[in-house]
Design a binder for this molecule. Structure first.
Ligand code: ZN
Length: 246
């Protein structure tokens, strides 16, 4: 792709280093320490040869999903490529976007999707809402991502110690409309016997189910093999996404 090729190596490395520092600061100081110990603050040589995803979809939805997990693996290891994060890429996608994956993630500030999957401008179509719940507006947004933009994956991402799931479980009194989130999460908490970790995983499964069942648009694309729905839980302490069968 042209975007990294016209970026001086020094700048690229500096960007990658800054990105690494930023992302590990989010994930936890432990990673920074292990990154320092391993001396991984240099962008890998492959960074300049990464394939363009600007217009071409992955050959299969599974390949698109694999690319996400590879990105998370780079993030966890402190080997981020920080692809597609420069003005050249910004200009490339300014007129038209072709993101390869869509996300339903939590609004939690500690789970920035592009960073934890090591992606950049125009790669991901991201919806975020507290508790990563599939409410009608979210479903509509994800339908748009799949039907109009051609995303090959819809990924439901929960995370450890999710405040929305915990609050639903404890039934805390909250002001304003915060409690409207509870109705979407209550089934997961009820089925998890008071275990927040289980409820977080169950919530991912349930929201993925809702996406498959409530949206004929999504169901049709899944049946046709042009879209897969996947899910996982992000660990706030390690930065790792653990897949959950959905
Ligand atoms: Zn959360």
């Amino acid at each position: 792709m042209g975007i990294e090729n016209d970026t001086p190596i020094l700048t690229r490395d500096t960007n990658a280093r800054r990105e690494f520092l930023h992302s590990t600061a989010v994930a936890g100081a432990g990673l920074v320490m292990s990154g320092l110990a391993a001396g991984v603050f240099t962008a890998p040589l492959g960074a300049s040869n990464s394939p363009s995803r600007k217009r071409d979809p992955f050959p299969t939805p599974q390949a698109a999903l694999d690319a996400l997990y590879k990105g998370n693996e780079r993030f966890v290891k402190g080997e981020v490529m920080a692809p597609n994060r420069n003005m050249s890429r910004l200009k490339d996608v300014a007129a038209v976007q072709k993101p390869f994956a869509a996300f339903l993630g939590c609004a939690d500030s500690r789970v920035p999707i592009e960073i934890v999957f090591d992606q950049g401008f125009g790669d991901l179509f991201v919806t975020r809402i507290a508790g990563n719940v599939a409410d009608p507006a979210i479903i509509g947004s994800l339908e748009f991502g799949a039907e109009v933009l051609g995303t090959q994956v819809i990924y439901v991402l929960g995370h450890t110690r999710c405040g929305a799931v915990t609050a639903t479980m404890t039934g805390s009194e909250v002001p304003g409309q915060i409690s409207t989130l509870y109705q979407h999460i209550r089934r997961a908490t009820k089925e998890s016997g008071g275990d927040v970790t289980k409820a977080i995983a169950r919530n991912v499964e349930i929201q993925a189910e809702i996406l498959k069942e409530a949206s004929p648009v999504i169901a049709r694309r899944v049946k046709a093999g042009s879209l897969i729905i996947a899910g996982g839980v992000y660990d706030l302490d390690t930065g790792r996404v653990t897949p959950i069968p959905v």
